[in-house]
Design a protein around this ligand. Structure first.
Ligand SMILES: [Zn+2]
Length: 41
């Protein structure tokens, strides 16, 4: 997943090398929402 730095929307289609919503080329790759496992003890 990628998140646009300009409009904040997320998308996984990066074939256009730009945000499909606002056209911004500034975005960063985000990791999928995975629950982190923390040591409880
Ligand atoms: Zn955007």
């Amino acid at each position: 997943m990628y998140k646009c730095m300009k409009c904040g929307k997320q998308f996984d289609n990066i074939e256009f090398i730009r945000c499909p919503y606002c056209g911004s080329k500034v975005f960063f790759k985000t990791t999928p929402p995975i629950a982190r496992k923390l040591k409880a003890v």
